[in-house]
Design a protein around this ligand. Structure first.
Ligand code: SAM
Length: 271
């Protein structure tokens, strides 16, 4: 391995140094020998080492060309490991020949600046992973795992495709260099089908974005802001979905979003 380079702040390079957290992540992924593991942002290989000890097929997705070169050299003699230079925000897993139509799992200590877009890209793949175990900024993890009462747009976007749970916390001292923020590891068990039956995901998000356009207002008030209409335009539709126009958007469950979407879509179709 070449001499250690300075971590690139712009690429969110905070390398994990706490072995207990490495084990928590790897244990949460429940890796079996025949699993295909996609590791996002392997960096200097803190997680990779433990993954490679168990899995026979490991694909490393790294954006930093220098780290790609280091990892390629390190694993040159290991046919189980392939290193790919790619941006995980735009990666298509259908371009990874090892996967084909086989199940795969994703593991990653994600760069803070791109964690939400990376998770979103992976959850929106045509051939989705069966699960993700990822570390991200504590506040982002909190929103992704939030339950009805505290949900925002990112919570809905996450719960639409997966059942999320918190695995463990990681303080700044678990990394080098130390970040300014705290981190959390979460596990996302991907659903067999999305939690809401929709005609297209874009249509669903048209509604969900409007639903959170003014999250402190009532649901009717927020939809009115989002669609530039009056709250009274939405009261009937919300009641027909079995909801209360005065409830806050954060209180809706995924079943509630499904009922609201169905009413909204059929009202739009018959208008
Ligand atoms: N896995 C290592 C660890 O735990 O020590 C490194 C984690 S570090 C927080 C994030 C890693 O993601 C870095 O290696 C960084 O170069 C890489 N990275 C940054 N942006 C990326 C992107 N868009 N796609 C893939 N990897 C990225």
């Amino acid at each position: 391995m070449p001499a250690t380079r300075r971590p690139r702040k712009s690429l969110g390079q905070h390398f994990l140094r706490d072995r207990r957290i490495v084990h928590r992540i790897v244990d949460a992924a429940d890796i079996q020998a025949d699993d295909i593991i996609v590791e996002i942002g392997p960096g200097r290989g803190a997680l990779t080492k433990s993954i490679v000890e168990v899995a026979n097929s490991v694909i490393l997705i790294e954006f930093d060309e220098d780290l790609v070169a280091d990892l390629t050299e390190r694993y040159a003699d290991n046919p189980s490991v392939r290193v790919a230079h790619a941006d995980a925000r735009t990666l298509s897993t259908s371009d990874l020949p090892e996967i084909g139509d086989r199940p795969y799992k994703v593991i990653g200590n994600l760069p803070y600046y791109a964690a939400a877009p990376i998770v979103r890209n992976l959850l929106e793949q045509t051939h989705q992973p069966e699960l993700l175990v990822v570390m991200l900024q504590r506040e982002v993890a909190r929103e992704m795992t939030a339950q009805p009462g505290k949900m925002g747009l990112l919570s809905v976007a996450t719960h639409l495709y997966a059942e999320p749970r918190t695995v463990c916390q990681a303080p700044p001292r678990a990394f080098t260099p130390r970040p300014k923020v705290h981190s959390t590891v979460i596990k996302l068990n991907v659903r067999e089908r999305p939690a809401v039956e929709f005609e297209s995901v874009d249509l669903f998000f048209t509604l969900a974005r409007a639903g959170f356009a003014a999250p402190r207002k009532t649901l009717a008030g927020s939809l009115a802001v989002g669609f530039s209409k009056k709250p009274t335009d939405f009261a009937g539709l919300i009641e027909e979905a079995g909801l209360d126009p005065r409830q806050r958007p954060a209180t809706l469950s995924m079943d509630d979003w499904g009922a609201l979407y169905a009413r909204w879509h059929s009202a739009a179709a018959s208008a």
